[in-house]
Write a protein that binds this ligand. Structure first.
Ligand SMILES: CCCCCCCCCCCCCCCCCCCCCC(=O)SCCNC(=O)CCNC(=O)[C@H](O)C(C)(C)COP(=O)(O)OP(=O)(O)OC[C@H]1O[C@@H](n2cnc3c(N)ncnc32)[C@H](O)[C@@H]1OP(=O)(O)O
Ligand SMILES: Cc1cc2nc3c(=O)[nH]c(=O)nc-3n(C[C@H](O)[C@H](O)[C@H](O)COP(=O)(O)OP(=O)(O)OC[C@H]3O[C@@H](n4cnc5c(N)ncnc54)[C@H](O)[C@@H]3O)c2cc1C
Length: 671
């Protein structure tokens, strides 16, 4: 964080920091996943942000579309040199997924780098889908930025339904090449980040045909532009998809092939191969291993959701400590808006959710690594559970994060609507995460498949995998006894999930018994299935969050343990109050217990209040990363708003040319 001198800090923020009663650094270590991780992150930030090239003289949002893109490319080149020459030195390949890299990227790009998908998906797909020999060929070139790649899976006609993709890759044994072709308008690749103007290579997911047979979708590495001239190769048509709600510097593109040939070796052959004579050989033990990059990105998106929400919460809480408004008691000074319980209600859940998603995300990452280790030994048994877990957690975390970032914007009143607050841009960036890498509903329905199967296993007394083990207790179908202890609340959330899953399973059974096909019975139950999946995910987040807080604060100072537990309890109570209808249905909770719960919630808001600024300081964001007039460490909100306003191109002259051209003639009746 950029602390400046204490004299520069807004007096209200100064007082808030004196009120804070816990060790901020200890909380930072917990959020980062350990002291060593914090130190590494800070080192990366220091190295990367000492290079002033990230600074824009004119705010990014004041440039036109083309200027913004060119500027983003310029900064991407500076930044990729830093990654290549400095950051990879610090941590090796691990740097690519490190929080330090993620954070410093935000200091360079208020919107998104056109190189993001190169690092975010192109490189991970090479690592996940190539044979060691292919990796040795492609990876150094990609890491050295000799080639720049995109990931083109989605088409104009299909994003969700991958099996329905239309682009074909037909093997020609005579030349030992694949012929890529886009047979229809709807087969045009659409959306790939970095593809429109930047990438010279692209991972293309296409239907593989060999010896006259289709073997489903497979990934290929495809050179699309000449490395020297950057002109698209004959047979390749590529361009930008047009202006978007956000991501306007991400260079999302379209791509069409006309009988375009690539060598056989460009098929990514870790999970399946095509031999020289065209024989198709399946290597992988699990049908869906070609979907591996998506699972990897979904796992990382949970912490991405936490990260972005933490930024918004930092901005809104600091601003709420500085902003004074209204006069609830006559004659008294206007209070800080953070003193209003309604403001606390809007904001403290944002801090708690950022913690919940970050700690759940770290736990999910460890689970992912364990599954990966099993798969290296040839064991894919835990893949279905990982898919179910990562699907629902990606869906719920990105959806919660987007909704709460918007809530932070509301919490900042009119100033939150300024682009210089950074909240609108943050929202437009994060709301896309609910759609990309698997739409919210679609992913929850994937988890639902796993849950209904698990329920059937529970009913027949089979052993269940860890994340659904709670279903075994719920098979008794009795209402759970409500208790407002943490364990009691988690048990109740699980009972809600189990009750909803059971109702779905019963509904499907009832419909199929009366002659409805299984597919139709499933469709007719999907509204409930999505709700069941969401309830399961919420119960899982509550359990993982509380478990991690208990584990991680075991050796912390007492005050840190208290504040972390207050936040986690707030999260549980908040969701109990949000889902009272469900609790009334599946637990023994009654009116008086609901009233007690409401009181407990209000008490927690009051307890957290003195530590609110300390808690967002613990996210440890440097001002360069927050990019916010409202959220800077020093709280000089009004000064910064004025400084930014003066940078607007509309303030360059006191009279605009349009006055002479239109307004004056209009007034004189000459227009
Ligand atoms: C250098 C400087 C640089 C500076 C920058 C520096 C920046 C630094 C870095 C910055 C980082 C920033 C953040 C990250 C950035 C990322 C951005 C990403 C952007 C967005 C990318 C995208 O957006 S990219 C496209 C993603 N597009 C989807 O996401 C499609 C969803 N659609 C499906 O994913 C399938 O279509 C769908 C539904 C499963 C059905 O697939 P399907 O039809 O084949 O399968 P069925 O439904 O029939 O299911 C049959 C059985 O398969 C099982 N199963 C299915 N999937 C499975 C799986 N994966 N693993 C195991 N099992 C699986 C299922 O559970 C069933 O099991 P069972 O039979 O036992 O029940
Ligand atoms: C900013 C951004 C960046 C992207 N980057 C990339 C990229 O780099 N590479 C890439 O390949 N793709 C990329 N995408 C595409 C993205 O992965 C898809 O948009 C996403 O997977 C959703 O697919 P879709 O657009 O086909 O939506 P659709 O599937 O058409 O969804 C429309 C609606 O239909 C519903 N629906 C669809 N199927 C079902 C079902 N089976 N049951 C119930 N409801 C259903 C959905 O819930 C949704 O409400 C990007 C998208 C965005 C917005």
């Amino acid at each position: 964080m950029t602390k400046g001198t204490q004299a520069d800090v807004n007096p209200d923020l100064k007082k808030e920091r004196l009120k804070c009663n816990f060790n901020i650094q200890e909380v930072t270590f917990i959020i980062d996943g350990g002291k060593d991780k914090t130190l590494q992150r800070k080192k990366i930030e220091d190295v990367a942000l000492n290079i002033a090239a990230s600074i824009d003289e004119v705010p990014e949002e004041c440039l036109n579309l083309k200027e913004r893109y060119d500027n983003a490319v310029r900064k991407s080149c500076v930044y990729s040199n830093i990654v290549k020459n400095e950051l990879l030195e610090i941590t090796g390949l691990e740097a690519l997924g490190s929080p330090g890299l993620r954070r410093t990227a935000d200091a360079f790009f208020k919107d998104v780098s056109p190189f993001m998908l190169h690092l975010g998906m192109f490189v991970p797909t090479i690592i996940g889908q190539c044979t060691p020999e292919q990796q040795a060929h492609w990876l150094p070139k990609a890491l050295e930025m000799q080639i720049i790649g995109a990931y083109a899976q989605t088409e104009l006609g299909h994003g969700t339904f991958i099996r329905g993709l239309e682009t074909t890759a037909t093997y020609d044994p005579a030349t030992e090449e694949f012929v890529l072709h886009s047979p229809t308008l709807t087969s045009t690749k659409w959306w790939a980040g970095g593809l429109g103007n930047t990438a010279n290579h692209c991972i293309v997911v296409a239907q593989l045909y060999t010896k006259g047979q289709c073997h489903g979708t497979h990934p290929f590495i495809v050179p699309i532009r000449d490395l020297d001239t950057h002109e698209p190769f004959p047979g390749v048509k590529v361009g930008d998809v047009g202006i978007r709600m956000g991501f306007n510097t991400a260079d999302n593109g379209f791509l069409r092939f006309n009988q375009y040939r690539i060598p056989r070796e460009n098929m990514m052959m870790k999970n399946a191969k095509v031999m020289k004579d065209g024989t198709y050989v399946k290597v992988a033990r699990h049908e869906k291993l070609t979907y591996g990059t998506m699972v990897f990105v979904r796992v990382t998106l949970v912490m991405e959701a936490a990260f972005n929400l933490a930024k918004a919460a930092t901005i809104a809480v600091r601003y709420s400590a500085v902003r004074r408004q209204s006069q609830p008691k006559p004659g008294e000074p206007e209070p800080q808006i953070l003193d209003y319980p309604t403001q606390q209600h809007k904001l403290f859940i944002c801090i708690a959710t950022a913690h919940a998603l970050q700690l759940t995300g770290l736990w999910l990452w460890r689970t992912f690594e364990a599954v990966l280790a099993d798969m290296r030994k040839g064991d894919t048994d835990s893949l279905p559970e990982l898919h179910a877990l990562s699907s629902c957690l990606k869906a719920v975390s990105t959806s919660d994060s987007a909704a709460l970032i918007e809530q932070c914007r509301f919490a900042c009143g009119g100033h939150g609507y300024m682009l210089s607050s950074n909240l609108p841009l943050l929202y437009s960036f994060v709301t896309a995460t609910r759609t990309y890498e698997g739409d919210y509903t679609v992913l929850l329905l994937q988890t639902a498949r796993f849950l209904v199967k698990a329920w059937e296993q529970a009913e027949s007394g089979k052993v269940l995998t860890p994340t659904v083990a709670y279903l075994a207790c719920a098979a008794a179908k009795e209402k759970v006894v409500w208790s407002d202890s943490v364990d009691g609340m988690i048990r109740s959330f699980q009972a809600v999930a189990a009750g909803k899953i059971a109702a779905c399973a019963e509904n499907i059974k009832r419909l199929t018994k009366t002659g409805t096909s299984l597919e139709d019975a499933w469709q007719l139950s999907t509204v409930r299935l999505v709700a069941a999946s969401e309830a399961h995910c919420r119960a899982m987040i509550c359990q993982a969050y509380w478990h991690e807080v208990t584990r991680l604060t075991a050796s912390c100072s007492a005050s840190v343990k208290i504040v972390m537990e207050q936040l986690a309890t707030l999260y549980l109570v908040y969701w109990a109050l949000e889902t009272t209808g469900d609790l009334l249905r599946y637990s023994t909770i009654c009116e008086s217990e609901l009233n007690k719960l409401q009181l407990k919630y209000e008490e927690l808001l009051a307890l957290i209040r003195p530590n609110a600024v300390g808690l967002v300081d613990a996210f440890d964001f440097r001002d360069e990363i927050l990019h916010s007039t409202l959220g800077a460490y020093d709280g000089r909100v009004y000064e910064r708003l004025m400084e930014e306003a003066l940078k607007s191109p509309l303030n360059e002259t006191s009279v605009q040319s349009s006055f002479h051209k239109y307004i004056r003639p209009l007034a004189k009746g000459k227009l």
